[in-house]
Design a protein around this ligand. Sequence first.
Ligand code: SAH
Length: 288
Amino acid sequence: MTRTTLVPTGTGHHRMPTNAKHGLAPSSSSTLARAGRCTLVGAGPGDPELLTLKALKAIQAATLLLVDDLVSDAIVALAAPGARVVHVGKRGGCQSTPQAFIEKLTVMAVQEGETVVRLKGGDPFVFGRGGEETEHLRAAGIQVEVVNGITAGLAAVTSLGVPLTHRDHAHGVVFITGHAKPGDSGTDWRALAATAHSARLTLVIYMGISGARHIQDELLCGLPAHTPVAVIQNASLPQQRQAVCTLGELQPTLEREHLSSPSVIVVGDVLQGLLALQQPLSQQALRA
Ligand code: SAH
């Protein structure tokens, strides 16, 4: 396996990974005859045992893997010995490789006859920009297959032994991002809180750590301060850590426990039992 990390140069250009055997320059002839294929593969939350069989087979068959951040090394290690691995994320303190460049690289590699796997954390179609990538590749005439992965929110909640839905506590679940695209005003957390309260929904917030204080303040406009919350960092990995608290205590808990990204924040009454285990009996009696 050959590893490459793509580092944007800061000039708007990018160093192409060089490899004599698998040069990625577009070939002028026999492109169609050698056309490869591309599969967007969900790597799950990190634990290799949570990969689907389909994902494992695709990873093992790949000649080129374009790997996002948040894909664990143990999963990348499943690639075939001759495969080339290109990290296209922020690892090692690099800037994230711009999406357009990743898409261009994928098109060129497929045209060169590579069996490309775009390996993404969790599920490629849950906050993974998989939609944008498949649209672009299909527009370039490339067939893309998508293999689901277990999304982080699902694994995170399950790791606490708690269900996302429960007939007594939650009639549904909302996967939502805490981080809007630049220029987008983002989620109306107050409206969401009111809906979650009346419709009894579990909220699973991705990318919510940096905006946690704002999210907490806004959610408190529609949900009681004693609503249970869990924050799970590095779900499914050996370094997983978590904290359970109330919505009113979210930000101080994050600071006290030093919880950081990648984490999911889960809000809802499905966590009631878990919260009760954390609180002294006197506080539980006060709320009853
Ligand atoms: N496509 C991914 C989500 C990518 S967005 C999926 O389906 O899981 C990145 C966010 O996912 C992180 O900021 C964090 O909120 C969440 N995340 C990814 N891996 C995680 C993990 N192992 N533990 C907790 N949260 C994780």
